[in-house]
Write a protein that binds this ligand. Structure first.
Ligand code: 2P0
Length: 333
């Protein structure tokens, strides 16, 4: 019986991916840059079932809908084509996100699935090739094939193979992230729809590619210098610009909730009045992520406990690249 079993960690973008130039191939408008986190990950086991006709997909022990299974089937089809094997698969995934933190898991999910398929189908593809395949499940998944700081290159034209991720820094210095969970519920506007509507209707979107280009150049220098204040300032400004493009969409929309703004203001006070080197980033949802030195995480969390419940505050350190799990391991969500 051919099997593959891998763990992949999620990543948070410091320079955001917001918009596709090719929706079928998941080719992005711009390059982006992220930090892989240790605290959030997906474990996925793929088992080839040559005697069965249809794929099956279990998430946290629950059989998934036809629609969700179809997405898995389409993704796995690429691995079937590459290996010349047509076997159906059973996919079992477990999401390890503390108390349903409401964080997107598509990045770790498709990265883990790509790695598990690579093993189950005996393909021996390298991380670059797997990031190209993972990208076609969910763009941000391309970045979860690597640990530490990762750049996803936008690539050229409609050439799928030109758009892949790579590690630019192992992040083994004093850096970490604190997630403030504002709302655990699924967002009303998915990032896929949100970026599409922004591209089509926001007059501010025209500025986005050139802003990203400059921010990427600057943040890479700051990462090389291990300058957390510059990394944080550039990341915070980049996130604010992304969210400004959605406000200027027509109709206007925002992922922020009242408590997101409250969290942002509290973080600004922590920085300006209490001297924490803390900076904000936000994605296609209301949760607020705070970049800061790892050595300040506990003290910052302690201060935030007077504003938020303990279970709303989750700390994370830089995470590793995906790795294989022993095939006989039991995992529980
Ligand atoms: C990012 N986001 O760079 C950006 C910032 C959300 C805001 O990547 O359509 O789930 O599957 O490629 O990867 C979330 O988008 O979107 C995302 P698809 P994905 O992290």
């Amino acid at each position: 019986m051919s099997q593959g079993f891998f763990r992949a960690h999620t990543n948070i973008a410091l320079i955001k991916y917001w918009g596709k130039r090719n929706t079928e191939l998941f080719l992005p408008m711009t390059s982006s840059l992220s930090l892989t986190l240790d605290a959030f990950y997906t474990d996925t086991k793929v088992t080839l079932k040559p005697d069965e006709l249809l794929d099956t997909f279990f998430l946290d022990g629950q059989i998934q809908s036809e629609k969700a299974t179809k997405n898995v089937t389409q993704f796995v089809d690429r691995f079937r084509a590459l290996s010349g094997q047509s076997a159906a698969v059973q996919v079992e995934s477990w999401n390890h996100v503390p108390t349903a933190a409401g964080l997107a898991s598509s990045a770790s999910a498709y990265a883990a699935l790509a790695c598990a398929c690579n093993q189950a189908f005996g393909l021996n593809l390298d991380a670059k090739a797997l990031s190209i395949l993972a990208r076609q499940g969910s763009g941000s998944a391309s970045r979860s094939l690597f640990g530490g700081f990762v750049e996803w290159h936008k690539g050229d034209g409609d050439i799928s193979e030109s758009s892949y991720a790579e590690q630019i820094d192992a992040a083994n210095w004093d850096i970490g992230m604190l997630v403030i969970v504002i709302n655990r519920k699924a967002k009303k506007i998915s990032s896929r729809i949100g970026m599409e509507q922004t591209m089509e209707t926001s007059p501010f979107y025209a500025l986005w590619p050139q802003e990203v280009e400059r921010d990427l150049h600057d943040i890479k220098q700051a990462i090389q210098a291990q300058d957390i204040d510059s990394v944080g300032q550039i990341a915070e400004h980049n996130a604010m610009k992304m969210h400004a493009t959605t406000l200027a969409a027509n109709p206007s929309f925002t992922y922020w909730e009242p408590d997101s703004l409250r969290a942002i203001q509290i973080i600004q006070i922590m920085r300006e009045d209490l001297g924490f080197q803390c900076y904000i980033t936000m994605d296609a949802g209301p949760n607020v992520k705070v970049l800061c030195p790892a050595s300040q995480l506990d003290a910052l969390r302690g201060q935030l406990l007077s504003h938020f419940a303990a279970e709303q505050l989750i700390t994370a350190l830089p995470g590793p690249a995906p790795y294989a799990l022993p095939l006989n391991t039991e995992t529980n969500g």
